[in-house]
Design a protein around this ligand. Structure first.
Ligand SMILES: C[S@@+](CC[C@H](N)C(=O)[O-])C[C@H]1O[C@@H](n2cnc3c(N)ncnc32)[C@H](O)[C@@H]1O
Length: 377
């Protein structure tokens, strides 16, 4: 049986002509009723794919240390706002808060998640407060001093559907969000660049690009061979602009699989556009519309064109920079001491070692890039 999304795409393509790839992804992932993320798709062992936070609590524990490092660099502001964008069911937030970072009394942790269903799950897992209390206007405690927030009342947690509107001092963090934002797909033909669109039969239709798109594609992948494909990641670039605009002083940090456009043009497109379904790879992105995740490697050059990154380590390097080695040493020592007892605590230490291996796997999560932007204010 064809999915509701397939029907929707067919109907729109019959009416409007072949649909841009990003419009189809938007429907497939985020249609409010039948999109993948609205109707049951999610990260996690019981979900469709495993992300770093879903490996276990270690990723969040290291991120908590990174949040402390950034907090200290910023002069220990209170409030210190941390926005986690694309927060899913709230697993990473839970782990960060459980790790008890030093910045906790100043912390305002804001989960931003587009899916109403996933925001509902977060409510049951985290002690949520109304956004207007967490991000609301500062209170006046002394008329001579002017308004300021009450210090030391964190951590306060809230959840939103979109990035906050009011600028703040702190961090925006996104794990595997950007790869999930809709992208257009272009193909080099003998006559120039064409856009890959989706026809009423749910097949690919090549449509010549506008002169503007042709110019952009040509400058992103000048030497591309006929048959090469590239993504245009305007939604990711737009998200980055919004994130940078809302940080008054602080950092924007994105963890994701990444490459650059020219290198993607040299690789088969099915390597950098991937689909996932119940912990396996899915089919062609136009199959099972709404029933499988559709992701794309991040084109770093398209994002650094918005603003250059200050650093660009692998996930392994990032985790080591923020204390992974000492946490692993501690777990190894404790495991060796308690292995003969084999109790829950011993197993907890052993599982921390297994998690560290998974998070730094050079063939997997360890090879992710951590793109870091700074806003100096
Ligand atoms: C691949 S999941 C990652 C979830 C979580 N960060 C993790 O690492 O397990 C991407 C999430 O981003 C959400 N999302 C997509 N676009 C978004 C946007 N513009 N703002 C907030 N969340 C978004 C999706 O609904 C989905 O829950």
């Amino acid at each position: 049986m064809a999915s509701e999304i397939a029907e929707l795409v067919r109907e729109r393509a019959r009416r409007l002509g072949p649909l841009p790839f990003d419009e189809v992804i938007e429907l497939a992932l985020y249609d409010p009723r039948h999109g993948f993320y609205s109707s049951g798709g999610e990260a996690g062992r019981g979900g469709d794919f495993l992300t770093s936070p879903e490996v276990g609590p270690l990723f969040g524990a290291v991120l908590a240390r990174a949040l402390d490092d950034w907090w200290r660099d910023l002069g220990e502001p209170d409030p210190y706002v941390v926005v986690e964008a694309g927060a899913g069911a709230g697993t990473l937030a839970r782990h960060v808060l459980d790790a008890g970072p030093a910045c906790s009394p100043a912390l305002r942790y804001v989960l931003v998640e587009r899916s109403e269903r996933l925001r509902g799950i977060q409510q049951g897992r985290l002690p949520m407060e109304p956004a207007r209390q967490v991000l609301g206007p500062a209170v006046v405690t002394d008329p001579d001093e002017g308004p300021h927030a009450v210090p030391g009342i964190g951590p306060l947690v809230t959840s939103l559907a979109d990035l906050p509107q009011r600028p703040f001092v702190g961090a925006v963090v996104a794990n595997e969000l950007l790869d999930n934002l809709p992208f257009a797909l272009l193909e080099k033909t003998a006559l120039g660049w064409s856009e890959v669109r989706v026809g009423a039969q749910l097949g690919e239709v090549l449509v010549p690009t506008s002169p503007e798109l042709e110019r952009r594609a040509q400058s992103l992948a000048p030497g591309a061979w006929v048959g090469a494909r590239i993504p245009l990641q305007d939604a990711a670039a737009e998200w980055l602009r919004s994130a940078l605009a809302v940080v008054e002083r602080g950092v924007v940090v994105a963890f994701d699989y990444a490459d650059d456009t020219m290198s993607m043009a040299d690789r088969p497109w099915t390597e950098w556009v991937r689909t996932y379904r119940r912990h396996g790879r899915g089919g062609h992105p136009l199959e099972h519309l709404g029933e499988q995740d559709i992701t794309c490697d991040i084109a770093v050059d398209q994002l650094t064109a918005v603003r250059p990154v200050v650093s660009y380590p692998t996930q392994t390097e990032f985790l080591r920079d923020h204390g992974l080695a000492s946490m692993v040493d501690e777990a190894r020592g404790a495991w060796q001491e308690r292995a003969h007892i084999g109790d829950l605590e011993a197993l907890r230490h052993r599982s921390r070692l297994t998690e560290a291996d998974a998070l730094t796997d050079p063939e997997g999560l360890g090879a992710f890039k951590v793109l870091q932007w700074e806003v100096r204010g």
